[in-house]
Design a protein around this ligand. Sequence first.
Ligand code: HEM
Length: 397
Amino acid sequence: MDASVLLALRDPAGIPFYPVVFQVLYILTWALHAAFVLLALGSMGLSLYGTTRQKDDPYWKILTPHLIQTGKISISILIVLGVAPLLFTQVIYDPNWYVANTLSGMWVFIFIYTLLVGYTMYYWYYYANKAKEGGGKLVGFVSFLILVSAGVLMHNFAVTSIMPNEWMDMYAPNGVVDNSGWTFNMDLARLIFIVSLAIPVVGIFLQNYSRFLSTRKDFEERFVDYCAVLGTRIGVVGLLISAVTFVIWMLKAGYLMNPVSIAIIVGVVILLLMVYSNSNSYITTGVLVVVALLISSLREVIRFDIMTGLGYNIYDYPVNLEIPTITMFLLTFLIMGGIGVAYLLTMAWKVGKIKSVFDGSKDKAVTRLGNYTLSIMVVWMVIYFGWGMFILFNNIL
Ligand code: HEM
């Protein structure tokens, strides 16, 4: 692939801020997206097993609906969090993203419906299981397969986007233009590794679940221990599977000796020891976040190397500094997002810690955070729309 083609596909307006900032934000937000993808697939997969045990086993009777609920919420979060890396990738790697979306246009179209049908069926599964213990097995299973397929499609877009050398063959195989939009590429080792991470993630989640419930008097101690042991088993086995699949992927990609890859292996070994001993799962989760960021960085290193090898370096992307835009974005992201998320998390934590109904209006921290979030949102809306209108009328009048 000639670099001039790639460079010609860039946005002629340039980008509004330094490329490295978008690159870092891409790495950060993809890791967040992946975290909830893995938690959704892991908790949903385990809940399906739970439906087969739920009727006769008192522990699975409690655990299964909780896993279904975790998966349900995680899907909505993963969808929201998927938008962020999508925006950042299309800012700095727009040639890649748009070419992949054009070549695989039909799959992009199908992806939306896959998600719609898969998530709608998840709700069906949730209500069927709520109505009857052990209910909704088949619907849940189909929904699971559909949501995994959404991940496979996402994988196709990611992989196709980093194959510029083959784009011409995909667009016109044997010289005949194929504009069907059915281009589909897979890197099985990479896909299996990423999806396999759902197993250790749900294991660590269970350890956290058990730790969180250990302060609740209304949950039997034996149930809490059962969840911790189950989490440890799933976590250890999952990490071993992920470690093997990671090495296979790295050997295939030729990145095994890359410093980021070595750091991931060290991270996985540390995680393995921490999950095995389960002395404090909250700290284990912190290490898991670091490993997730490393995996996200490695994906970026691979893409960066492929693209610079072809003469496309994101650091050379023309920058057309737009300070107000980036200021607005960062303030929204850090202040409104930060306080809003802190409010929701504090409330969720406190709701889960007590048996009775939690009244947020009687809690100082929750009330304060709620008021801040509300006021910041009002100010944000006034600035956002006021500013937008000002620019609009300034330009057209
Ligand atoms: C159940 C639904 C979904 C699943 C299971 C899923 C899973 C995945 C997986 C496995 C990858 C990594 C692919 C790879 O690197 O090989 C990925 C990447 C990605 N996903 Fe998702 N995803 C889902 C929904 C979404 C949605 C709704 C969005 C956007 C709104 C999104 C945005 C992204 C982006 C931007 C990437 C990175 C693409 C790249 O680097 O080129 N995903 N997703």
